[in-house]
Design a protein. Structure first.
Length: 323
């Protein structure tokens, strides 16, 4: 019986493909309302992946709309068949580097998906309600901005994913993350962006935006969220040199590190007046190239990068302690 069902499904699928001529699939944002309006859930961020999540429930879609499909009729709100993957709420231990005090808070994570998360979600526990922002290491220079006005709440999330250049196009999928009224967080399939990242400095980006009308005390407000993710090419960092100079421009000390092994803290020599951080990078076209950054006594630290095996460049911050 099961084998017969499989054969029948294959026949119906073939008929479906043939019957697509003249078939129109309506925009999910049609007059019945968008998927967000239908679910009353809010977008809270994005999960960036390098593979499509492919969460569309084709079996349910076809079974419930076979008659319309075969007759060439229009199907409204196909978004009802878009699947979702839920995040898990986990405890995270945070330690204050100055006091040593440990604080436990919770965060949502997508353990079963290989991707880069950037979202801010509401957390409710026994003692308090708070916002928890999850920012993956692969997303550099993350900026989270909240604006509270009489007209509503505005949320802005912005970050950059740095990748080493390749002759093949990079493809990233921007999958929106939502939170429902029960506090559950989930991701839905998003659209892809791609570009040729052959040269350092090449950038392409995508912005996700949503707005929600809220009525409180007979006053209507509009809450908004904007998520902007950029993909930027960066030549592969190979070595880092940190050179200390005195007031006579003489070298005091040289520190040499492999990219990714720069310490979290560097203490300067007493006579050091300024520091150069020199990064040696691999340009696939012209060989090795160098970038130089100058740091003085009013600078508290600097950033360097290293490349992972997947071509994603991770930012490292080093604190400068001046003697």
């Amino acid at each position: 019986m099961k084998r017969n069902n499989i054969i029948l499904a294959g026949i119906l699928f073939t008929v479906f493909i043939i019957g697509l001529t003249g078939f129109v699939l309506a925009d999910p944002q049609a007059s019945e309302g968008s998927m967000e309006d239908h679910m009353k859930d809010r977008m809270v961020g994005v999960l960036v992946t390098t593979d499509s999540l492919d969460l569309f429930d084709f079996e349910s879609y076809f079974n419930e709309n076979a008659n319309k499909v075969l007759k060439g009729n229009q199907i409204i709100n196909s978004g009802a068949y878009d699947g979702r993957i839920y995040a898990t709420l986990e405890d995270e231990s945070l330690t204050n580097v100055k006091t040593g005090a440990t604080v436990i808070h919770q965060k949502f994570v997508f353990n079963d998906i290989d991707g880069f998360s950037y979202f801010t979600a509401k957390i409710q526990d026994e003692n308090r309600d708070y916002k928890s922002t999850h920012l993956d290491d692969a997303i550099t220079a993350g900026k989270t901005h909240f604006e509270y006005t009489d007209d509503g709440i505005g949320v802005e999330l912005e970050g950059t994913i740095y990748v080493t250049p390749t002759r093949q196009n990079y493809i990233f999928y921007m999958n929106p993350v939502y939170q429902n009224e029960n506090g559950d967080v989930y991701v839905m399939q998003g659209s892809a962006i791609s570009g040729n990242m052959d040269m350092e400095g090449t950038v392409f980006s995508q912005t996700l935006e949503s707005s929600y009308i809220v009525t409180e005390n007979d006053k209507t407000k509009t809450d908004t969220i904007t998520v902007r993710i950029s993909i930027s090419a960066l030549y592969e960092p190979v070595n880092i040199e940190i050179i200390e100079f005195d007031k006579n421009n003489e070298i005091v000390e040289i520190h040499k590190y492999t990219a990714g092994e720069v310490p979290k803290t560097i203490k300067s020599q007493t006579e050091t007046e300024y520091i150069f951080v020199i990064t040696k990078k691999n340009n696939p076209h012209d060989g090795l190239v160098y970038s130089r950054e100058l740091y003085q006594k009013d600078d508290t630290g600097f950033n360097t990068f290293y490349s992972r095996d997947d071509g994603i460049c991770i930012n490292q911050y080093t604190e400068l302690i001046w003697e």
